[in-house]
Design a protein around this ligand. Structure first.
Ligand code: ADP
Ligand code: MG
Length: 327
């Protein structure tokens, strides 16, 4: 498929967003800006670094790549509107590009967002760069810097499932509910609708869990100049997570990442409201910890794990105090 016919085949017959003035087919796209703040995020996906044909179909690669980008918008509290796709295509992938776009389109339909442009070049390694655009009311942007001392730390749904799914795909062993874990890996859910349901919450820090709860917590703690204490026994896991090796369970739920759940930090009174609001989108929310004034004002951003009243420093300015090896 040449570039011209590729562009024609991915071009939507009509656009869903009324603010769009020009989509694919000119030198650049044009849309009308409203009163909201515009939010933009980009992620790059490279074959054999971020995904492999061994464990994912082209359609799943496309779906996942867009989902991961949408997750960044969810973590800002934004409503997605548009996306752009720049791809480097090696010749062996030429006939599968259409399927990648079909995966993205599935998700685009769900959120009523439009593909408004991109770029296509030939190259050695399949590389997909997606840019997502969205909008947010100025008062409900969810910066990492929004946490304060004595706040509640919570997460959506369950952690570690995506990494478990990858493990099942890589080892080929039999596990209970294997398909559930595999789906969690291949089709991560951006928590857009949940984050949107919280617009009435006046102060909330959000981060999507792409690299594991500990590292995401550290990012919020550092930006907000607090320390975070997480109770490991409170971290929500799925029903059949217990079947995996104990060391792996711990590693995956703390550092596994790629679950794309949301980590939130907010006041105690907001937490009560969030528990109620979460019912609207049927999203499970679990309190996993709290914040406190930093032990050292010069070096805020520490993350502690607490179990049975015993506290261990786990992350301090990017340095991990726990052995992550063992897979
Ligand atoms: P230009 O020479 O101005 O960069 P192109 O021929 O690259 O134009 O692109 C023509 C139109 O198709 C533009 O609107 C561009 O945004 C869109 N486009 C190009 N490649 C892609 C792609 N891979 N996915 C989506 N849209 C694309
Ligand atoms: Mg171009």
């Amino acid at each position: 498929m040449d570039e011209f016919s590729l562009i024609n085949s991915v071009k939507q017959p009509y656009y869903r967003q009324s603010s769009l003035l020009k989509g694919i087919g000119d030198d650049a796209a044009v849309f009308k800006e409203r009163q909201d703040n515009i939010v933009i995020a980009t992620d790059v996906f490279v074959e054999d670094i971020h995904f492999s044909q061994k464990t994912m179909s082209p359609e799943q690669v496309g779906y996942r790549a867009l989902a991961v980008n949408l997750s960044d918008l969810a973590a800002m509290g934004a409503q997605p509107t548009f996306y752009m796709v720049a791809i480097v295509v090696p010749s062996k992938w030429k006939n599968k590009i259409k399927e990648i776009y079909e995966g993205m389109n599935k998700l685009a339909l769900e959120y009523q967002i439009d593909l408004i442009g991109g770029d296509t070049v030939s190259g050695e390694q399949l590389t997909i760069t997606i840019t997502v655009i969205g909008s947010v009311f100025p008062n409900s942007v969810r910066y990492r810097s929004h946490a304060k001392a004595s706040d509640i730390v919570f997460v959506t749904e369950t952690l570690g499932d995506s990494r478990a799914g990858l493990h099942i795909l890589q080892t080929g062993k039999n596990y209970i509910e294997a398909e559930y874990f595999i789906q969690r890996h291949r089709y991560p859910k951006a928590r857009i609708k949940f984050a949107q349901s919280l617009t009435s919450i006046d102060r909330l820090a959000l981060n999507d869990i792409s690299d594991g709860i500990i590292s995401e917590a550290a990012e919020i703690a550092t930006e907000s100049k607090v320390d975070i204490v997480i109770d490991e026994s409170l971290i929500p896991i799925s029903e059949h997570f217990y079947q995996f090796d104990k060391t792996l369970q711990r590693k995956w739920k703390l550092f596994g990442g790629e679950d794309f759940e949301l980590l939130g930090v907010t006041s105690i009174s907001n937490w009560e409201k969030i528990k109620k609001l979460s019912e609207k989108t049927k999203t499970k929310v679990t309190k996993v910890g709290y914040t406190e004034n930093p032990e050292s004002m010069d070096a805020p951003g520490k993350v502690y794990l607490e179990e049975n009243g015993r506290r261990t420093l786990i992350l301090d300015r990017g340095y991990t105090h726990l052995n992550e090896e063992g897979d």
